[in-house]
Each structure stands twice: as structure tokens, then as C-alpha cells.
Design a protein around this ligand. Structure first.
Ligand SMILES: [Zn+2]
Length: 275
């Protein structure tokens, strides 16, 4: 998997997975998602387009793909599915939460967390899923996939205004909750909105399963954003997220500082175990 979907000099690089797999003991390989799994969230013509990429291609201004990207994207979605089956933490790339039903966006090809949510509903007898997305960017792709699906509550905490521009305070519906936060927000700000907004909303929704879009680009040393979350902050976010439902799993999204990413993921895994 580490050789797949090379992106060259790009923040979303194969190096991210290499440094993670080197630092995590006991990780296990998982298999690819099936086309049927992906088709629960994406249009067949778009899946076909990714499958047929023959060489380095910019799919949009941020997202480059090549002939191994389809295989890499299926493995990334497959890791998310395996995480939900085992209630684990998927160490996967490319990330997924910006991917729209019919196009790539923001380094994302297939909506891994969305695919895992629909898999859990189709194959594991799960009815109500809450997705909590604390990547620093708004999870616009996940939001688009579930906008009209009242069986999935989508909650996104993100820097705003910021890429991708969506996720402002007025962008809500019964099962879509956006929590925009100003640049410079840190552990205390995230803890406060968890108490006042996230926990009450997810509690009312009463999910069978919580899936976390675990991005680490809200960290104070991340090169792509301007938030101030610390390693302890991610541990606490993970603990409180896992406590939101009887079953929980997490999927990696962003996080672009190769020095800090392994210990942030480690802290989050600790937090999930304690949740
Ligand atoms: Zn992000």
C-alpha cells in the first residue's frame, strides 16, 4: 500500500503512511473495498474515471492521481471498512472527507468514512451512524453524501472561514451540524464546543455507531492550517468521541507534519481505548 498513489512533492504524500506504519506496533494490513462498497457513495461513472487513470493526472487543482491511485483508494476505503468491523483506527491514505459523489476534491478520491458508514448499515446491522469530523477542514464531501440521509448525523468541527469555504454557521439541517471555529482555536475551545454542541446533539441522535474523521491538521505545528490543538487535545477529542456511541471507529483524514503525525495518532489511539 505504501508504494501506491504516489503524489510527488505534495503534502498528502506516501511518506505520511510510511512514518505512521514505522511507528505503530502491531498494525495489520486490510484488503480493498469492493466497487459495490464504493458505489454506495459515488457515481459509477466517477468510479470508472478513477479506475481508468493511466498516468499522472491532476483531477482538480489540489488532487493528483496516477495509475495506482484506484488501487490505493480502494485500499484506503477498505481500511475504513475494516476499522468499522473491528472498532479500530484506520491508518490510510488518500484521505476522503472532501470527495464528492461525482468528483475528487482536496486530496480525496473516495469518501472513506462515508463508505464505512454505509457498509456498517448494509452489512453489520447498524441503523444510526454519527460521523464526527475533527479534521481542520470542513468535511464537505461527507456532508454532501449524507445531506438527505437522516440515518446519518454529520458533525464537523473546522477552521472557518477556510478551505474549502463551506461549513459556515448557517449551513445546517436536521442531521448536519457544522461547528465553525476561528483560526487560533485550541484545546479549551474544542472541549467547550464538545460540551455545548457536539455531545448534546449526538446524544439526542442516539447513534448505534460513531465514526470519527480523525484529521490531525488542527495541531499547532501543522503546516496547512492555523489552529492550536495539542497532542493532549487530540487524546481528549478521541476519548470523548469514542464515548458518544456503543461502538466507535476512526479513519485518518489530514495531518501533514511528518514529525508530529505519529505521536498525534498514538495519542488519539490511546484516547479511543479510554473512551
Ligand atoms: Zn484537513
Amino acid at each position: 500500500m505504501q508504494r501506491l498513489h504516489p503524489t510527488g512533492p505534495h503534502p498528502e504524500s506516501a511518506e505520511r503512511l510510511r512514518v505512521l506504519l514505522e511507528s505503530v506496533e502491531g498494525w495489520q494490513e486490510s484488503g480493498p473495498a469492493s466497487e459495490q462498497d464504493v458505489a454506495r457513495c459515488h457515481d459509477p461513472a466517477y468510479i470508472e474515471r478513477i479506475r481508468e487513470i493511466a498516468g499522472p493526472t491532476w483531477l482538480d487543482p489540489d488532487t493528483v492521481a496516477s495509475e495506482t491511485s484506484y488501487e490505493g483508494a480502494l485500499l484506503s476505503a477498505g481500511a475504513a471498512i475494516e476499522a468499522v468491523r473491528r472498532e479500530g483506527f484506520a491508518l490510510n491514505r488518500p484521505p476522503g472527507h472532501h470527495a464528492l459523489p461525482a468528483r475528487s476534491m482536496g486530496f480525496c478520491l473516495f469518501g472513506n468514512v462515508a463508505i464505512a458508514a454505509r457498509y456498517a448499515q448494509a452489512e453489520l446491522g447498524v441503523e444510526r451512524v454519527a460521523i464526527v469530523d475533527w479534521d481542520v477542514h470542513h468535511g464537505n464531501g461527507t456532508q454532501a453524501i449524507f445531506w438527505d440521509d437522516q440515518s446519518v448525523l454529520f458533525v464537523s468541527l473546522h477552521q472557518w472561514p477556510f478551505y474549502p469555504g463551506s461549513g459556515g454557521p448557517d449551513e445546517q439541517n436536521e442531521t448536519t451540524l457544522n461547528v465553525p471555529l476561528p483560526a487560533g482555536s485550541g484545546d479549551a475551545d474544542y472541549a467547550a464546543v464538545f460540551s455545548t454542541v457536539v455531545e448534546p446533539a449526538v446524544g439526542r441522535f442516539d447513534p448505534d455507531l460513531v465514526l470519527v474523521s480523525a484529521g490531525f491538521d488542527a495541531h499547532q505545528d501543522d503546516p496547512l492550517a492555523m489552529m492550536e490543538v495539542t497532542e493532549d487535545g487530540f487524546r481528549e477529542l478521541a476519548r470523548r468521541s469514542a464515548a458518544l456511541a456503543p461502538r466507535a471507529a476512526a479513519v485518518l483524514e489530514g495531518g501533514y507534519n511528518l514529525e508530529t503525525l505519529p505521536r498525534l495518532v498514538h495519542a488519539a489511539v490511546e484516547g479511543f481505548s479510554a473512551g
